[in-house]
Write a protein that binds this ligand. Sequence first.
Ligand code: PAY
Ligand code: ZN
Length: 312
Amino acid sequence: DPRSSASYYERYHSLEDIYYWINKTAQDYPDMVKVTLIGSSYEKRPLYVLKLSGRQERAEKRAIWIDCGIHAREWISPAFCLWFVQYSLNFYNLNNDITEMLNSMDIYVLPVMNPDGYKYTWTTNRMWRKNRSMSKESNCVGTDLNRNFDANWCTKGASNRPCDEIYCGQFPESEPEAEAVANFLRSHKDSVKLYLSIHSYGQMLLFPYSCSNEEVPNHAELFELVQEAAMKVRRYYRNNYKYGASAKTIYLAPGGSDDWAYNLGIHYSFTFELEDRGRYGFLLPPSLISKACNEALLALKSIALRVIQKTQ
Ligand code: PAY
Ligand code: ZN
């Protein structure tokens, strides 16, 4: 089985391969993985979420949400979700951090939030960012799913022009992919304590707000979490990640999923920008996947274990 070889995770995979992988992973780990359909894309492709659970059953279990592939061209992002799932399943009961994570929290993983766009980057345009929805007023295709959430929707940092890369869509959650994620989180908001959205590139650990220059009430706490995670990445992988509130660290990005999740009440909400810093940008070569994933995994574990302590 090619999936059990490490090199499977050191390559990028087509959407069809990823659907196959989801199915096979669930079959191979029936006691730890459940697959749920949370909706479908504009072009009617399924949006599957894997729920990872340790074997310790608890009545009221907290949860982590991780989405990958909100932007089509950021291929390292779905690659990270696959890497993370495989690592968690392989090292449960072998690695202390993973064991503690999975015994304390269920982990929901959406490997490809924008399957239509991802497919399009494999077939037609490698640099596509948005989804593939048609608008009535224009011949241009696609809405930026990270501008389509209801958080200062379509203000400065987003565009109301369908031809733009940061087009916010017709109204908040106009896109089925954003709506599916928002519906899932609304119905799980009491259990989900940590929200994580994986992007590239830039090497940054970001937290709300993206949609305004205001500080969130627990700014200092979130800052400490990303600072500690970045310090570990620097120490173990000799790589520098910037960290801080999104609007001030990168730019204003209203309508993002991280801010929306925060305002819903998930007060540990983060966006990771994985490798690199621009040498290859979105075209990160497969030989660099493993380092990019390992350092992001270290940051994730650092933050998740702290959140487990804090939400005890
Ligand atoms: O905090 O929501 C956030 C991050 C904002 C991202 C965005 O949606 O614009 C940042 C960009 C991204 O990953 O999409 C950064 C990349 C390099 C880009 O395309 O500009
Ligand atoms: Zn992105």
